[in-house]
Design a protein around this ligand. Structure first.
Ligand SMILES: C[S@@+](CC[C@H](N)C(=O)[O-])C[C@H]1O[C@@H](n2cnc3c(N)ncnc32)[C@H](O)[C@@H]1O
Length: 460
């Protein structure tokens, strides 16, 4: 892309964000809005963006979890190492130690050598695999590895033979390599879309997912066919009404847990309130946002995960418009809410939204911001999120939960063992060792199921 607002003087530090190839402009605009600074680099289809970090603001005040288009966020040194000689390890290590010293960082948890998630970038995976253990060795020899550090050293190799040197703040960055959570495709699922909902659950609900999605909860899936999302919920024991004129496939046909209704998702209304609404209809995003807002404002559902198919241009504006539609409707209905939107790895030209109406005393999920129900939607500014270390604030702006430490709770059911329904393929080494949980995985919350109804007019 043509970079506007190009920095005239080279900044000493830069923010570097990874994104889906083709979304560099969107991430650049988003980062500028959050962090200020000027775009240094945002080549179309490069899979990453750099913006300047004005001196004096060289500390992490943005979390990848709160950004829509970022998969990973690093603070980097603006001077990039040119990998011209055969020796790539020593120049990288020297630049890294200089950079860490300049930032007053004595120790790091670990180091990662990565590459952009693009075709050209993937060609660097072998180099990255070869360089990473050697840098780790040198860090060990220099006594610079410590499990309790707040930072991970990060090196991004790019196809033009450069190495970007940086750090990721553990709590505010993705623990997944390349910022991509990996999921196995479950053999029985009717469509690959199932991975999208699996990822949304992992990203938005974190370790609180067993509480948020409990057996016997009720869900409605609008635009359900062939059934990947319905299947995902069914694996967790929910009872689902799948609304779609098209047919469901596989296990979902004649299944006691699933009621298939052939109807228009925009006209369907449940006879009894449900715990969850999920919606993957291919429609104009504003129309979907209005529909989700209607369901939650009317008390038909308390939580929703939905997909917003984005236009080719002005995607940031479109997402903001959808947030406002939801915010205004819930504000008018007097409801406090939690809303988050993220472009997931499994999202293509789309983003996924999560909205929840917390009940009284309920702890919030991670990386989400609630707002005072009396505030107007235009007052809602995600970038000014305040609250605890996780940015969690209560309905009235109070801190509701401190960042929690400790090992992840083991999954309750056999199905959440990591093979069944598309659970993440692997946890990060930090998680496996049971050290301090990064924020993305430390999100206990409690969603109480709606009280059981004696008789539903329409079986759910
Ligand atoms: C992307 S697919 C959904 C895939 C599904 N989530 C899965 O995991 O298999 C979109 C579906 O939305 C349905 N759809 C589109 N508009 C609809 C409407 N107005 N009412 C009901 N279903 C609709 C289509 O028939 C299609 O099956």
């Amino acid at each position: 892309m043509t970079t506007k607002n190009v920095a005239t003087t080279a900044p000493e530090l830069a923010w570097l964000g990874y994104c889906r190839a083709g979304f560099e402009r969107d991430l650049g605009i988003e980062l500028q809005g959050r962090l200020g600074g000027a775009i240094i680099e945002a080549e179309a289809n490069a899979g990453f963006v750099r913006i300047s970090c004005p001196i004096g603001r060289a500390k992490f005040h943005a979390s990848v979890h709160d950004l829509i288009f970022a998969r990973q966020l690093l603070l980097t040194c603006d001077s990039v190492v040119a990998l011209t000689s055969n020796d790539r390890v020593n120049p990288i290590f020297e630049a890294l130690t200089r950079f860490l010293a300049s930032q007053g960082i004595d120790h790091v948890v670990d180091c990662r050598v990565e590459y952009p998630d693009t075709n050209d970038g993937k060609a660097l995976s072998r180099s990255a695999k070869a360089i990473e253990p050697r840098i780790r060795e040198l860090l060990t020899e220099a006594g610079m590895l410590a499990g309790d550090s707040k930072y991970r050293a990060m090196i991004l190799l790019t196809p033009d033979k450069r190495a970007h040197i940086g750090v990721a703040e553990m709590q505010l960055s993705s623990q997944d390599r390349l910022g991509i959570p990996r999921f196995r495709m479950p053999a029985d699922a009717p469509s690959r879309s199932t991975l999208k909902l699996a990822e949304a659950i992992h990203v938005f609900l974190g370790s609180g997912q067993d509480e948020a999605l409990q057996p016997d909860m009720r869900a409605v899936d609008l635009g359900a066919a062939p059934g990947g999302w319905t299947w995902q919920l069914m694996q967790r024991g929910l009872r689902i009404t799948a609304v779609d004129n098209a047919s469901l496939k596989g296990d979902l046909v004649n299944n006691a847990m699933v009621k298939h209704i052939r109807a228009d998702g925009f006209k369907y209304a449940p006879n009894v309130p449900v715990d969850w609404l999920v919606c993957d209809m291919v429609e104009q995003p504003a129309r979907v946002a209005k529909l989700v807002a209607k369901w939650l404002a009317s008390g038909w559902a308390r939580c929703a995960i939905f997909n917003l198919k984005l236009p080719m241009k002005r995607r940031n504006e479109e997402v903001e418009r959808c947030r406002q539609i939801i915010g205004e409707a819930l504000g008018e209905a007097g409801k406090s809410y939690i809303l988050q939107v993220k472009q997931l790895y499994h999202d293509r030209e789309e983003v996924t939204g999560f909205v929840m109406l917390p009940s009284r005393g309920e702890r919030f999920a991670h990386n989400v911001v609630a707002r005072d129900k009396s505030a107007s939607a235009s007052q809602y500014r995600p970038k000014k999120a305040h609250g605890d270390a996780n940015g969690n604030v209560g309905a009235k702006g109070e801190i509701v939960k401190k960042a929690e430490k400790g090992a992840a709770r083991p999954p309750k059911s056999a199905s959440s063992s990591g093979t069944g329904w598309g659970a993440p393929v692997s946890a990060s080494p930090a998680l496996k060792r049971g050290s301090t949980l990064p924020r993305a995985a430390a999100s206990p919350w409690s969603v109480k199921p709606l009280p059981k109804r004696k008789k539903a007019k329409q079986a759910l």
